[in-house]
Design a protein around this ligand. Structure first.
Ligand code: MEV
Length: 428
């Protein structure tokens, strides 16, 4: 960690000490600020998106996430890479209308006067209209009560093209600005006026295809690896209990890349899970199949990210991360995000259907345990190996090891090769 940004010569580099955020800047960003908090910032390598190799900055505390994305990134990159796409950035601004005398007539009137509603809406995002975006369609949904404690309501969706912004502020201004006219036309009362985080107009997709013979892994034949993964994917598609964990794994990768690039990761999380339940059952965001001698995998999920606005202007590290990504537009960033999610999911599924995830996971966790037990850096590899051999990754094991083996080794002496297994286990 002495050289956090070793090979990167960048004019903003000096600003990254302490996570890149000065007390003053932090204080301007939120209320009652009393400090900043740092996370490891790392590069996931070998992510080939539509022919371009990209190193993706990721921020997070969970071990193995970056290694997993990079490892699978490399496998996929050497087999054609990811093909990814993101549609234009359209968001939904919602206006809830209550107390209409005739909801069906209100819906008809609103559709009939769509141009007027859109023109009013555009007054509240005039800058975006000048850049070619703005309110472009009105959809009206009638929600009828299904239970005694529900109420009838109209929901107007103003579809707003937000360009390279995430778009929340713009949608909220549009919803609040257009609500009085919408309520007047509907002869009702405006209730909630806010964006929807189910950004299903912004569903980004990525896919890959790898010949089965290239999938051999840790003694498992390629065909068996693919079969295991397809069965695992079916489990996550069919069972919401499994799907929740499956999608959590996808978000392990995506959240880390979102956090590093200054995105509203809560919005993406909300959109992901709502989208996963779009047919009434919560399902996996990825799908896998074997076809034409290849394992084919794909992901599709809403990806409301922005490359302008928000904290990107205030936080130097977010800008730095965007510079490392080559200043992508919102569509390209969305495409990168879903590739990261698919790579993460591939890694987790392959591990779980072959050797299990605990071996690799615990090896990384062991390093954290070493730090907690005060094991010096130069003895860490040996102590990790001791824990692996014992199959136990606790502070107690590391402390015992330090007391017995560590004490025999002169402090400061680099350990090139760990002590033999016999020595290690006899000392545990
Ligand atoms: C752990 O953080 C994530 C996994 O549980 C994901 C999955 O089960 O697919 C390994």
């Amino acid at each position: 960690m002495e050289e956090a940004f070793p090979d990167i010569d960048h004019p903003w580099q000096h600003q990254y000490d302490n996570g890149g955020l000065s007390d003053d800047t932090a204080n301007n960003m939120v209320e009652n600020c009393f400090g900043t908090i740092a996370l490891p910032l790392a590069l996931a390598l070998n992510i080939k998106v539509n022919g371009e190799l990209i190193a993706v900055p990721m921020a997070g505390e969970e071990p193995s996430v970056v290694a997993a994305v990079s490892g699978i990134g490399k496998l996929i990159a050497t087999n054609g890479g990811f093909i990814a796409e993101a549609p234009p950035s359209d968001m939904v601004a919602q206006v809830q209308i209550l107390d209409c005398e005739d909801f069906e007539e209100a819906a008809r009137q609103l559709k009939a006067r769509e141009p007027e509603v859109l023109s009013t809406a555009n007054e509240f995002c005039a800058g975006m209209v000048k850049r070619g975006g703005g309110a472009k369609a009105l959809e009206v949904r009638l929600l009828q009560p299904q239970h005694p404690d529900e109420v009838a309501m109209l929901v107007a969706h103003i579809i707003v093209s937000v360009g390279d912004a995430m778009g929340a502020n713009m949608c909220n201004s549009v919803a609040e600005g257009a609500a009085p006219l919408i309520a007047e036309i509907a002869k009702g009362r405006a209730g909630m006026r806010i964006l929807s985080n189910l950004s299903d107009h912004r569903v980004a997709k990525a896919r890959f295809s790898i010949p089965l013979e290239k999938l051999a892994y840790k003694g498992h034949e390629g065909e068996a690896v693919a079969k295991g993964m397809v069965d695992a994917a079916a489990f996550a598609w069919q069972d919401p209990y499994r799907a929740a964990t499956h999608n959590k794994g996808i978000m392990n990768g995506i959240d880390a890349a979102l956090v590093a690039s200054g995105q509203d990761y809560r919005a993406v999380e909300a959109g992901a899970h709502a989208y996963a339940a779009r047919d009434g059952q919560y399902r996996a965001l990825t799908r896998y199949k074997v076809e034409d001698g290849c394992l084919k995998g794909e992901i599709a999920m809403p990806m409301a990210v922005g490359t302008v606005g928000g904290a990107l202007h205030t936080h130097p590290t977010f800008r730095y991360v965007h510079s490392l990504l080559g200043w992508p537009n919102a569509g390209k960033l969305a495409a990168i995000m879903v590739c990261v999610g698919l790579a993460q999911n591939f890694a987790a599924m392959r591990a779980m259907t072959t050797e299990g995830i605990q071996k690799g996971h615990m090896r990384l966790h062991a390093r954290t345990v070493c730090a907690a037990a005060g094991v010096p850096k130069e003895l860490e590899d040996a102590c990790v190996q001791a824990m692996v051999l014992k199959g136990k990754y606790t502070k107690e094991v590391a402390t015992n090891w330090m007391a017995k083996v560590g004490a025999l080794i002169k402090p400061g002496r680099a350990i090139k090769a760990a002590p033999s297994a016999g020595v290690i286990t006899s000392c545990l």
